[in-house]
Design a protein around this ligand. Structure first.
Ligand SMILES: CC(C)(COP(=O)(O)OP(=O)(O)OC[C@H]1O[C@@H](n2cnc3c(N)ncnc32)[C@H](O)[C@@H]1OP(=O)(O)O)[C@@H](O)C(=O)NCCC(=O)NCCS
Length: 171
């Protein structure tokens, strides 16, 4: 199977924050943002694998900045590493300033998707070939995050989490 670059899975979705999607402070409801991130990341995972994909895990989400009503929000997702059947997808969320048009980073997330066949069974996917420095550093740390996610979900024993052990043994 031919490897693919993160650029080949890059997915950008731009949308507005409408009244029905906000919390009592008139900021975007967290669950609504999670759904937008999931949708965008699923498209990126599908572009990388060209398969049916399912969300296996939400590994990390940081709601660093509130997203006010009326904001124009851009969600950008790219596959950051492919394993045998699973993919890690990085999602960056930006708010567009109305007057200047400049984009400010608001939130980010890391999701894991698994490619499956028509019966829902995991299926092999192409490897990911990172290109930029940022893509290479995200790729390098992805195995550690995968082990942490498997550990937290009870699918891996602490003794098997070699990358995490190495992290905590570092001087
Ligand atoms: C995700 C799913 C396909 C995994 O199936 P499974 O029988 O556990 O398959 P495996 O144990 O072989 O895992 C498949 C891959 O997913 C990875 N994986 C499974 N759970 C994971 C988790 N919590 N975090 C990170 N990776 C995970 C495994 O490490 C494996 O990766 P690899 O093949 O790249 O090494 C299955 O659990 C499922 O269908 N879940 C429901 C998905 C869904 O409906 N999502 C929408 C939300 S409702």
């Amino acid at each position: 199977m031919k490897g693919k670059t993160p650029a080949e899975s890059k997915t950008i979705m731009t949308d507005m924050v409408l009244p029905g999607e906000t919390n009592p402070l008139n900021n975007l409801f967290g669950g609504e943002l999670l759904a937008r991130m999931d949708r965008c990341a699923a498209i990126a995972a599908r572009r990388h694998s060209r398969r049916i994909v399912v969300t296996a895990s939400v590994n990390h989400v940081a709601f660093s900045r509130a997203v006010p009503l009326g904001s124009v929000v851009t969600v950008e997702a790219k596959v950051s590493r492919a394993f045998k059947t699973s993919m890690e997808v990085f999602i960056d969320v930006w708010i567009e300033d109305r007057e200047s048009g400049s984009k400010n980073k608001a939130n980010e997330g890391i999701y894991t998707f698994v490619a499956v066949d028509e019966t829902g069974r995991p299926i092999e996917i192409p490897e990911l070939i990172p290109e930029t420095d940022l893509e290479k550093s995200r790729f390098a740390a992805a195995l550690r995050r995968k082990q942490l996610s498997l550990l937290l979900s009870g699918k891996m024993k602490p003794s098997e989490a070699t990358e995490l052990k190495a992290l905590f043994m570092e001087e």
